[in-house]
Ligand binder design. Structure first.
Ligand code: FAD
Ligand code: NAP
Ligand code: SF4
Length: 677
C-alpha cells in the first residue's frame, strides 16, 4: 500500500483559499541558536532546505524578534535584515516550490534577557532575574507597530507567512492573564481589555501584509498554570483572532513556568490533541495541534479523529529530516524517531549551546557533518552494538565501507536495552528498531552472541577495527561491598536479582534515578496512558479548569517499598540531570515517596545495613537491598591488546571515556569519526 493510501489524512492537501499546503505536516518552530550565529543564515538555509526536500508541507522558523525589546539576538525590522533571510526562503523554495515557510515573530516580553524587557505590568517571572518595565501607552503603540513592521519585512524576505506567538509566557500572553497584567487602562482589567493587545496585533499584521499571506496565531490552549486561562477565555480569544484575519490557529500547551511536563519523554504521544479537537469545533479556520506527535501513525490518527487540520512535528524533524518522504514511500520503519529526551535540543537551547539531536548529530550541522560516499572502501570491524557502535557502523556503511558489527549479547542496542525497560523511556524501543532496520538497509553484517577477542580481529582481514565495547559498572571500594544485600543495576533492571522492601540506591546519577523510578513504579507507565499521565500530573482534560490544572491534585501511587537515593556530593540530588527534564524526575520520585539524600559518606555494609556518616553523624540505613549505581569505567581491554599492532584501531563511546558519557556523546563522537574514515 502506498503512503498516500495508508495515511489519507496526512497526505491530503489543505486549501487555504489564496494558497494551499501539499500535506498536513508542518515543522514546528524551534529556536536552534543558528539564528544568532555569524554564518547562521547559510547554516539555516541548509538545515531548512534539507527538511523541505524531506517532504514536510510547511516550515515555521525559530523565533525572530520584531525589535530590541523582543529580547532575541535575532531581530527583523529592516530591509537589510530581510535580505539576509532571503538565503533561507530561497533555499527552501528552491528545494521544493510547494513547501511553505513562515517566520515566527517572537516578542519575549518579560522573559527577554536584557535591560529593555517590557511587559504589561512589572511582574517578574519566576524564571527571570529581574522585573520588566511596564509599557506606557506609547510603548504599547510601538510594540504593535514593530510587530506589524516585522511581518511586512518577513514578506519582503520571501516568507509565505508569519506565526505570532501568543502563548508560553511571552509578551502577548502576559496581557491575557490577570497575574501578569495588572493594568487599569484599556489594555488591562476586564478580559475584553486584556485580549486587546494580541487581537490588535493580529489585526495590524493582517492589515499590513494584505490578504494573501499566511498569518498563524499560536494560542495557549491549556497553559498549565494554576489560575491560568479558562476554557471560555481561550475560545473567546481564538474567535476574536479568527475575526481579525488569522489564517490558522496553532495550539500550544504550556507557559515556561508551568510545573507539568508537556513534551518530555514521559508525556504520552499526542496527549494534548483532544484539547485542539475541542477548540477546532469552535472555529472555522484550520487548527494545528502539537506535542509528542513523533510518528506518522500518531499524526494520521489525530487527523482522522478530527482533532486538528494540521500536525506540528518539531523535534521529530531534527531527528529525521526525511520523516515525511519515508512515510510517503512506505519506509516508516526507517524513520529515526525523536525519543523526546531533550538532551541535544531543548537542554542546549536553555544552556546557550547550539542545538542538535541525540539520535541525529547532523541536525543543525548540515554544512559541517556530511556522510559522503568514500572513494576508498575499507573492511571495518565494529565491536559493540551499543549506540556508539551502531551509529559508527551505520554511517561508515552508508558511505560505502564494508562493515561487520559484533556484539557479545544476543540483541543489538547495548545499554539502550536497559534504558527501554524504565517506565517513561519506552521511546528507546524506536531507536533500537531504527538501528536494526539500518543494519539491513546498509547491508551491515551483524554477528551477535559473539564475544570478540584480539585474535579474531587480527585474523579476519579487517583494514580497521573500531572498539565500541562500552563500560563496566563501577564497584566502589567499600568494606562489605560483596555482602549478599548488594546488587548491581544491570541485574536489577534485567530482573535477575530480587529487590527487597527497604532499599538504598548508591549513586544518584541518571542511572540511579532510572533505577529508583523502576523500583518505585506501580501500575501503568504514564507515557503509555493519557489518563495515568493526567492523574500523575494533576491535569483535568475533561473539564478544563483554569490552566487545565487549577484545583486538580496529582494522584500518584506511592512505592510499596522504602527507597533511599543517595549521593556523596553536597549538591542537590539530581542537579546533574537534564536542564529541561531533571525537575520532572525529581518531582516524580518525591511523589512516590523516594527519599533523596546528599552528603552521604559511605562507611561499610553489613547485616545491619548501610552505615553512613551524614553531617558528622553516624547512622545505619537498615535496608535489605543496596543497589550500586555508582558510575562506570571504560571497557577497553581489546583496544589495549590491539593498539600498536598492524591493524588501525579506534576507540569510541564509553570504551573511549566513561565519565559523563551519555548516548548523545556516544552517537555524536561515532558519527564524526565514521564520517571521516
Ligand atoms: P554500550 O551501550 O555499553 O554498548 C557496548 C556494547 O559492547 C554492549 O552491547 C556489549 O555487549 C558489547 N561488548 C562489550 N565487550 C564486547 C566484546 N568483547 N565482544 C563483543 N561485544 C562486546 N543515555 C542517554 O543519553 N540518555 C538516557 O536517557 C539514558 N538512559 C539510560 C538508562 C539506563 C538504565 C542506562 C543503563 C543507560 C542510559 N543511558 C542514557 C546511557 C547510554 O545508554 C550509554 O551512554 C550508551 O549506551 C553508551 O554507548 P556505548 O555504545 O558506548 O556502550
Ligand atoms: P553518573 O551520572 O556519573 O552518576 C554516578 C553516581 O555515582 C553519582 O551519583 C556519583 O555521585 C556516584 N559515584 C561515583 N563514584 C562513586 C563511588 N566510588 N562510590 C559511590 N558512589 C559513586 O553515572 P550513571 O548514573 O552511571 O549514568 C551513566 C551515564 O548515563 C551518565 O553520563 C548519564 O548522563 C547517562 N544517563 C542519562 C540519563 C538521562 O536521563 N539523561 C539516564 C540514565 C543515564 P557521588 O560521587 O556524589 O556519590
Ligand atoms: Fe528528539 Fe532528543 Fe533529538 Fe531532541 S535531542 S530532537 S528530544 S531525539
Amino acid at each position: 500500500m502506498s503512503g498516500k493510501q495508508k495515511y489519507p489524512h496526512l497526505f491530503a492537501p489543505l486549501d487555504l483559499g489564496f494558497t494551499s499546503l501539499k500535506n498536513r505536516v508542518l515543522m514546528g518552530s524551534m529556536h536552534t541558536g543558528l539564528e544568532e550565529l555569524e554564518n547562521g543564515f547559510e547554516r539555516m538555509a541548509a538545515y531548512f532546505a534539507e527538511r523541505a526536500r524531506g517532504g514536510v508541507g510547511m516550515i515555521i522558523t525559530g523565533g525572530i524578534s520584531p525589535n530590541l525589546e523582543g529580547g532575541l539576538g535575532a531581530k527583523l525590522s529592516t530591509s537589510e535584515e530581510a535580505a539576509q533571510h532571503k538565503l533561507v526562503t530561497n533555499a527552501v523554495h528552491a528545494a521544493d516550490p510547494d513547501v511553505k515557510i513562515c517566520m515566527q515573530i517572537l516578542h519575549m516580553g518579560s522573559l527577554a534577557r536584557n535591560k529593555d524587557a517590557v511587559a504589561p505590568s512589572p511582574v517578574r517571572p519566576r524564571i527571570a532575574s529581574a522585573a520588566p518595565k511596564e509599557l506606557t501607552q506609547d510603548g504599547i503603540e510601538k510594540q504593535l507597530n514593530d510587530m506589524a513592521n516585522c511581518a511586512v519585512k518577513a514578506k519582503e524576505a520571501g516568507y509565505d507567512g508569519v506565526e505570532i506567538i501568543g502563548s508560553a509566557g511571552y509578551l502577548l500572553s502576559t496581557f491575557l492573564v490577570e497575574k501578569t497584567n495588572q493594568r487599569t487602562d484599556e489594555w488591562g482589567g476586564s478580559y475584553e481589555n486584556r485580549m486587546r493587545f494580541p487581537v490588535e496585533c493580529v489585526k495590524r499584521i493582517r492589515e499590513a501584509v494584505g490578504e494573501k499571506f499566511i498569518v498563524i496565531f499560536r494560542i495557549a490552549a491549556m497553559d498549565m498554570l494554576d489560575g491560568g486561562m479558562s476554557w471560555e477565555e481561550i475560545v473567546q480569544l481564538a474567535k476574536k483572532i479568527e475575526g481579525v484575519g488569522a489564517t490558522i490557529i496553532s495550539t500550544h500547551f504550556t507557559w515556561h513556568e508551568a510545573a507539568v511536563p508537556t513534551i518530555a519523554t514521559m508525556v504520552p504521544r499526542a496527549a494534548f490533541a483532544s484539547v485542539t479537537g475541542r477548540l477546532r469545533k469552535e472555529l472555522s479556520i484550520p487548527t494545528i495541534t502539537s506535542n509528542r506527535i513523533n510518528m506518522p501513525n500518531v499524526a494520521e490518527a489525530v487527523l482522522a479523529n478530527g482533532d486538528a487540520d494540521l500536525v506540528s512535528m518539531a523535534r521529530p524533524m531534527l531527528a529525521d529530516p526525511d520523516l515525511v518522504q519515508k512515510t510517503l514511500e512506505g519506509r516508516e520503519d526507517e524513520i529515526n524517531t525523536c525519543i523526546a529526551c531533550n538532551q541535544a535540543c531543548l537542554d542546549h537551547t536553555f544552556t546557550g549551546r547550539e542545538v542538535s539531536c541525540l539520535v541525529n548529530p547532523r541536525a543543525c550541522h548540515e554544512t559541517l557533518l556530511n556522510y559522503e560516499i568514500t572513494s576508498n572502501p575499507k573492511k571495518i570491524a565494529v565491536v559493540g552494538a551499543g549506540p556508539a557502535g551502531l551509529s559508527y557502523a551505520e554511517v561508515a556503511a552508508r558511505r560505502g565501507h564494508k562493515v561487520t558489527l559484533f556484539d557479545a549479547a544476543s540483541e543489538i542496542g547495548g545499554q539502550f536495552n536497559l534504558a527501554k525497560k524504565i517506565p517513561g523511556k519506552e521511546e528507546f524501543y524506536e531507536t533500537l528498531r531504527y538501528y536494526k532496520r539500518m543494519t539491513e538497509v546498509r547491508d551491515i553484517e551483524v554477528k551477535l552472541s559473539t564475544i570478540v577477542d584480539a585474535d579474531l580481529l587480527r585474523n579476519s582481514g579487517f583494514d580497521e577495527v573500531v572498539i565500541a565495547t562500552g563500560i563496566e559498572p563501577r564497584i566502589p571500594d567499600l568494606d562489605g561491598i560483596t555482602h549478599e544485600k548488594v546488587v548491581g543495576y544491570v541485574d536489577v533492571i534485567k530482573g535477575r536479582k530480587q529487590v527487597g522492601k527497604k532499599v538504598a540506591i548508591m549513586g544518584a546519577g541518571g542511572i540511579g534515578f532510572d533505577v529508583a523510578e523502576l523500583i518505585a513504579h506501580k501500575g501503568k507507565s504514564a507515557a503509555l496512558d493519557i489518563d495515568t499521565f493526567a492523574n500523575e500530573w494533576g491535569i483535568d482534560f475533561k473539564n478544563h479548569p483554569r490552566g487545565g490544572v487549577t484545583g486538580v491534585e496529582p494522584k500518584v501511587e506511592a512505592a510499596d517499598r522504602e527507597i533511599y537515593l543517595l549521593q556523596r556530593k553536597l549538591t542537590p540530588v539530581g542537579r546533574g540531570l537534564g536542564k529541561t527534564t531533571g525537575w520532572t524526575h525529581r518531582i516524580a520520585l518525591a511523589r512516590r515517596g523516594v527519599k533523596m539524600m546528599n552528603g552521604c559518606d559511605y562507611l561499610k555494609i553489613d547485616d545491619e545495613g548501610l552505615h553512613l556518616l551524614m553531617g558528622g553523624e553516624q547512622q545505619v540505613l537498615d535496608v535489605d537491598t543496596i543497589i550500586l549505581c555508582a558510575g562506570q569505567t571504560p571497557l577497553r581491554s581489546l583496544y589495549d591488546e590491539l593498539d600498536g599492532g598492524d591493524i588501525k584501531v579506534t576507540l569510541v563511546g564509553g570504551a573511549y571515556e566513561a565519565s559523563e558519557l551519555d548516548a548523545k556523546r556516544a552517537i555524536n563522537q561515532a558519527s564524526y569519526l565514521a564520517a571521516a574514515v
